[in-house]
Design a protein around this ligand. Sequence first.
Ligand code: NAD
Length: 243
Amino acid sequence: MRRRVAFVSGGAKGIGEAIVRKLAACGFSVAVGYNTSASRAESLALELQRGGVNAIATELDVSDPRSIEKAANSAKKYFGFVDTLVCNAGISLVKPFSDCSVEEINRVIAVNLTGTMLLCKEFAGDMTSEGFGRIVNVSSCWGVRGASCEVAYSASKAGVIGFTKSLNAELARSGVLVNAVAPGFINTDMNAHLTAEEVAAFTDGVSVNRVGQPSEVADLVEFLTRENLYVAGETISVDGGLL
Ligand code: NAD
């Protein structure tokens, strides 16, 4: 069996933390990329190490190419070959499009789309050389459908879908499969600002009539990292069946 090593961006909390925990439970060594949650990332890595998992926490700002290179190099130095990359880091931007500043629009594209592309660029070379790799990008249901008052965010996540298909087309024959997940409403800090009424209004439009949990996204991500995988270039929804 292949020794598996994953790098997860935004891995200290929310969906990223659930992905780290799931992959660790499935036998992966894991690099937890964190931006501002240093102590959470360090204690997560420590907890995993105590449970016998080879894990490190590494600082990462996906909007800064030098930070991406530094984080990738530290993971490669520590683990050797990193065969699995999960591009989960992301930020939201919720306001009417006409009220968004150029700086806000550029920021959401820089983190969600350019950050995802640059992180993939940093790891994909080694994967193609080794003839094996799994990349999972975290898009959004709004990247699939579009959303009012989340126009730039939705555009960034739609870009992730197009990027995923294209990168897969370029790399799959080298054994590197690239897929994306499109979560719906997941119970994390990203939605913490919403009132109970706003959450209820949203779940009215979900066929299973509830919000999702980070672990439910992590289960799908883990599936897409499997060695035997006949899914490539896809974006799979994990949204409880948006109506
Ligand atoms: P979250 O706010 O808890 O996590 C976002 C993570 O991204 C954090 O760990 C944060 O530190 C990291 N991050 C932000 N900017 C960064 C940067 N510049 N460099 C590196 N890391 C950075 O929210 P979450 O819900 O766990 O979000 C995870 C991913 O899931 C995001 O890409 C988000 O767009 C996507 N998503 C979330 C939902 C939802 O309902 N929660 C739905 C669809 C998609």
